[in-house]
Design a protein. Structure first.
Length: 318
């Protein structure tokens, strides 16, 4: 269910610095609002006005959508998740650095390879809760724009959401340890493959740099997947429940002030709902993407005049 693939699977140093700066702003925003996950769904309960920041006019189909509510939800959810995930990953990083120091001081690398990194269950619980809430927010807003009831979420879907998070977090923690081991052995190799020739200070410095880059990217993946991927999965769930009514979908990047060239090229394009193009180009398309598909009903004004054009092959699928 959850998509974590984005345009930049391996960001360069400049992109990592940009991600860190954005994540810092998110944490500052959360400190200013003090939202909790239980507060979030109220943000999309009612329609709210939305004014595009770039001056672009809303399309007739975007005017049906609760873009104001979605914008507030995404702002609050991304900030909240960033703050809470950062607290956990900071503790995990500090733990790993202490273990690395101990391993080098005692000339025993197995202390690191055998270490059990804390915070796994806490992280799984947090991401599962946020993913479920965002899935519901997606269903609610999709139902608002196509004029339908909000479909119920079955137990199988809820189980899949949790299973996704277990896999994601398990992989991330394994990656953190692998990153630390790689950074440690890198220094040892430089010193003649003799652990007694290295100091804990130089190894910890190298491990810290590698971990911080790795964690920055992982937090971006967590946030993008748990918020916008889950919102779009919830929206698709509602559209699927009304497949005889929803016949087209319009790509909308209007909520995203940080949008990429790729999302700009997709913005406003209309495809057949459920088609290969709908599936292949479903958001998110990049870290912290805020793009969505807008559902178009068969009886919406102007539907008979829609001229479908295939998305150019030059635009890469998600």
């Amino acid at each position: 269910m959850q998509k974590h693939d984005c345009d930049h699977d391996h960001p360069n140093d400049e992109e990592v610095a940009d991600l860190r700066a954005f994540q810092k702003k998110l944490i500052e925003a959360q400190h200013a609002t003090h939202f909790s996950i239980g507060d979030l769904r109220q943000l999309v309960a009612n329609r709210k006005d939305f004014t595009p920041s770039d001056g672009r006019e809303l399309t007739p189909y975007e005017k049906k959508a609760n873009l104001g509510g979605l914008s507030e939800y995404i702002d609050a959810a991304t900030a909240l998740l960033e703050a809470q995930v950062s607290k956990i990953t900071d503790e995990q990083k500090d733990y790993i650095l202490e273990v690395v120091k101990k391993a080098i001081d005692q000339d025993d690398l197995s202390i690191l390879t055998d270490a059990k990194i804390p915070g796994e269950l806490e992280l799984i619980s947090l991401l599962t809760e946020m993913s479920k809430e965002s899935f519901e927010a997606g269903k609610i807003t999709a139902a608002q724009e196509i004029g339908s009831e909000v479909p119920k979420t079955g137990r199988a879907v809820l189980g899949t959401i949790r299973a996704d998070q277990v896999a994601v977090v398990t992989g991330m923690i394994e990656g953190m340890k692998a990153n630390a081991i790689s950074s440690t052995t890198q220094i040892i190799k430089r010193k003649g493959n003799d652990i007694t020739n290295v100091t804990s200070a130089e190894v910890v410095t190298n491990v810290r740099a590698g971990l911080e880059t790795y964690i920055t990217r992982q937090k971006a993946l967590y946030n993008t997947g748990s918020v916008i991927s889950s919102i779009n999965a919830g929206r698709t769930s509602t559209f699927d429940d009304n497949a005889t009514t929803v016949i087209y979908a319009q790509y909308s990047a209007i909520l995203d002030s940080r949008t990429t060239d790729r999302c700009r090229q997709l913005d406003g394009r209309i495809v057949k709902y459920g088609s290969g193009e709908y599936l292949d180009y479903s958001p998110p398309g990049h870290f912290y993407c805020r793009s969505i598909w807008i559902g178009i009903n068969k009886d919406d004004p102007g539907v008979d005049k829609i001229n479908l054009k295939h998305i150019p092959a030059s635009i890469e699928p998600t």
